[in-house]
Write a protein that binds this ligand. Structure first.
Ligand SMILES: [Zn+2]
Ligand SMILES: [Zn+2]
Length: 278
């Protein structure tokens, strides 16, 4: 049994998740979770299979509210969304939102997925970034920064998602100063907000990443700047509700973190609480 006992980043069949929300809650409760935050991909006008259908957003909100009531006093359930930069949903309808950037917008208002098909991303780089992977990464990090500074989300989602396709495409050297500095500069600006930096184990759990997002060098500086972190599973399948958590906790401990943040077990008192890692 892990020590985090919470995830503030969970997908269900309301978007591209494989597990219905009720089943997810039941499993979380059975595992001894103290809190669970549902965060379907917020409604968008494109890529419909991936997000909440805009005409069914109300159904999502209602179902999570029902689950919240059902589990009141036993497990704290929260209504959130993972809101992409290009989503059309209103964050005010939710208790919190995770700010994530999953796409580049092309001039013709079509979108290229960052954690999707590598050949499409390569085409985008060739056409709009002069073939330079580093330029693509720079654009991505500044989009995340601007989005977070303007919208004040609770959580910065999978901050260096741009790593997703890097191993396939060999876009740049992740250890290079140029890459590290651009990632750090944008992160530094965001450390002025109260946003939590997510340690996202979803990629490790699903087997396409060897380490969680974000990379250690980013976590290390974030800590030095006084930033707070939250460990999330970005779970799309009930079997992976806390997958990768032990690994994430080990990494945080090795970087000197003595606590992380999770959704509070008592929503009447506070929304977030500290969890000791020692
Ligand atoms: Zn995401
Ligand atoms: Zn997600």
């Amino acid at each position: 049994m892990g020590i985090i006992l919470s995830s503030a980043h969970v997908h269900t069949t309301h978007c591209d998740g494989k597990t219905p929300a009720w089943e997810m809650a039941e499993k979380a409760y059975g595992m001894g979770f103290v809190s669970l935050g549902f965060t379907s991909h917020a409604a968008q006008t494109f890529d419909p299979g991936y997000c909440i259908d805009p005409s069914k957003e109300k159904d999502y909100i209602k179902e999570i509210r029902d689950i919240q009531k059902e589990y009141a006093g036993r497990m704290a359930v929260y209504l959130g969304i993972e809101r992409d930069l290009y989503s059309c949903s209103d964050p005010a309808d939710y208790e919190y939102f995770i700010a994530s950037v999953h796409y580049f917008e092309k001039p013709d208002k079509t979108y290229v997925g960052i954690d999707a098909d590598a050949s499409e991303l390569q085409k985008y780089i060739n056409e709009y970034c002069g073939g330079d992977g580093l330029e693509m990464a720079k654009r991505y990090f500044s989009m995340v920064r601007d989005y977070v500074l303007e919208n004040k989300p609770a959580i910065i989602g999978h901050y260096d998602l741009v790593r997703y396709n890097d191993s396939n495409l060999k876009l740049y050297d992740e250890d290079s100063k140029a890459y590290r500095n651009m990632a750090l500069e944008a992160l530094r600006d965001m450390s002025e907000t109260n946003a939590l930096l997510e340690v996202n184990t979803g990629g490790v759990a699903r087997g396409y990443m060897t380490t969680p997002y974000p990379a250690d060098f980013l976590l290390k500086e974030w800590k030095a700047w006084g930033g707070e972190v939250i460990v999330n599973s970005d779970c799309h399948n009930v079997k992976l509700l806390d997958a990768g958590y032990d690994r994430a906790v080990d990494i945080l401990r090795s970087l000197g973190f003595d606590h992380a943040i999770r959704l509070s077990s008592d929503p009447r008192k506070r929304m977030w609480e500290e969890i000791g890692l020692k």
